[in-house]
Design a protein around this ligand. Sequence first.
Ligand code: SF4
Length: 190
Amino acid sequence: MPSKDITDNLPNPGARLSASASHRRDGPARQGWGGLKQFVPSSVCLQCEGCCRFQLAESPWRPKVGEQEAQDGVDQAGYLKTIAQRGHYNCVFFNKKDSTCGIYGHRPFECALYPFVLSKSKERLELYVHLACPYIQEHHLNQDLKIHTDYLKVFFAQTQVKDFLKHNSRLLHDYTPYRQELEFLFTIEV
Ligand code: SF4
């Protein structure tokens, strides 16, 4: 049975966010995926120049957005759009002045999950951790990662999360071409 804090932090995955709802402080979608515990402390993320910026406009590392999530800023293939910025590309929601996310409380599931990455190939859905994240490079052999992995196993075992993934198949894409950047954690039953 999930521990109380995980159950309390369940998101509202069926809620479609609109541009206005994403900035509201109340309403059914107020929590989004913000309740998903983060492994990397925000103080570290804010100092890092890795996330939310991409080398290519069509980078495969741009977050994908599920069919039931807000579609603002999403292209036809389901990726967050980017804006060219001095030789690289920023997510449309990235605030370059202070390196924050303009929709942090309601950012897409893939953003909330990162540096953990879902990958589906040959009908197997697996969770990996992205070794390109500098914090993961420092901590991936630590006990803390094992504890967080156990938390994620419980998180993905919840019926509400499984249902969300079933209805947001865009999120189940294949990252195995980038396998050298990923470390396998566990298989998810959907
Ligand atoms: S939505 Fe927010 S967290 Fe996700 S890539 Fe854009 S700026 Fe980063």
